[in-house]
Design a protein. Structure first.
Length: 401
């Protein structure tokens, strides 16, 4: 009899092992997520989760930035979170108050361990009070492992121990960073669906000495010193027409495969803004949003905007990515497929180089290049307002010529 009971118990145990666990709902409210990067460091960010009409809606928070994620698919206890615009996604399992999985970017073979826990609102919890204040401008040098050092400008605001700000390089900025000063240590992070950044540093005698983690695939060291007068090279001087070229010319396919060229009647006698960009580039997204807002407030019959997209896949996939980007952001101008970033010099031979994505070219009514702006100082920088004002004044003056 006893053997019978043991056998029956074993059968139920085996059946229980084979049964797929019932999925629970995901709790609405604040969550703290963390990616596992090099040196076994946590790269944290927070998000809010809510349900609307039976679907989950996630809002990722980075300082003042809010990123809405509306493509969340659940099957049993598995879920996939597709980040907007960019190719990255989170895949994992959940039990209601915890998510375990990976952040994946397939084209780059990047897989970063991911976990999230409900009810935790502090990005860097349980830290000491600040013994330093880093508010202000910092002259910074980054030291990649295999490339030349490069300069950056740090902008930070600190309130008690909480810090927001960013680093801007000659080619763009690292977007909305958020974190803390704990004792004499600085910790900052951001996650936007394309990039996952973590900065850690020690603070001593108005200097920073630290590390910059990009996902779990890149690690750079950096040093910084206070310098309220520090400026990067002028972004309007880094890219220019090569000697022997008098005009900027392009001819690339649109989303339907039709070739659109700079010689088209639509551009003749107009002020033309050409954006060199890629859907993989967060600074390009920031610049696109800037252009969209500008056009809403400054529609003009003599102003034309066109984007030249450089993507990292085959031609058909590149065109589809750009088409999806155009539709998702409701872009009213054409977004052309210009090929691979690796072949940008062949695609646009009149430029000395494409140093940065994005690069913005402004052409006057006489088809003369008036400005080429390398990179984009986005809304996370203190220079964004100056760029906005200078751009508006330049375009206005050209339209009045």
């Amino acid at each position: 009899m006893r053997i019978k009971i043991v056998i029956i118990s074993l059968m139920f145990s085996l059946l229980g092992c084979n049964e797929k666990p019932k999925a629970e709902h995901l709790n609405a409210g604040i969550w703290r997520a963390a990616l596992r990067v090099q040196d076994q460091k946590e790269l944290p960010f927070t998000f809010n989760l809510e349900q609307k009409e039976g679907n989950y809606l996630m809002t990722i928070r980075n300082a003042e930035e809010r990123i809405t994620v509306d493509e969340i698919t659940i099957e049993g206890d598995s879920l996939t979170i597709k980040l907007p615009v960019f190719e990255g996604y989170i895949a994992g399992t959940f039990d209601g108050i915890k998510i375990q999985g990976n952040f994946i970017k397939e084209s780059l073979d990047h897989v970063v361990p991911f976990q999230a826990k409900f009810g935790e609102s502090e990005r860097f919890p349980g830290r000491d009070k600040a013994t330093s204040n880093i508010s202000g401008i910092w002259e910074t040098v980054f030291y990649p492992e295999e490339n030349e050092p490069y300069l950056a400008k740090g902008f930070f605001k600190q309130n008690e121990k909480y810090v927001t700000g960013t680093f801007r390089t000659a080619t763009g900025d690292y977007r909305y960073l958020e974190g803390v000063v704990a004792g004499d240590s600085l910790m900052l992070s951001t996650f936007d669906g394309a990039h996952a950044f973590l900065f850690t540093a020690g603070i001593k005698d108005s200097t920073l000495t630290g590390k910059f983690y990009s996902g779990n695939h890149s690690l750079e060291t950096f040093t910084a010193k206070r310098n309220e007068n520090f400026e990067l090279p002028d972004a309007n001087t880094l890219t220019f027409l090569k000697e022997g070229y008098e005009r900027f010319r392009f001819a690339f396919p649109d989303s339907e495969g039709k070739i659109i060229s700079s010689d088209a009647p639509a551009f003749i006698g107009k002020v033309v803004i050409v954006q060199i960009m890629g859907t993989w580039c967060p600074n390009c997204l920031d610049e696109t949003k800037f252009l969209l807002n500008y056009l809403k407030e400054n529609d003009h019959p003599d102003l034309k905007v066109i984007a030249l997209g450089f993507e990292k896949h085959g031609e058909a996939e590149n065109i589809q990515l750009l088409k999806d980007f155009k539709e998702r952001l409701e872009i009213p101008y054409e977004v052309l497929s210009a090929g691979s970033p690796k072949k940008s010099a062949e695609a646009l031979p009149m430029l000395n180089h494409i140093m940065s994505y994005p690069t913005l070219i402004i052409i006057d009514k006489q088809d003369q290049v008036r400005t080429i702006h390398t990179g984009f100082a986005g809304p996370a920088t203190s220079e964004y307002k100056n760029f906005e004002q200078n751009f508006s004044e330049t375009v206005k003056a050209l339209l009045e010529e």
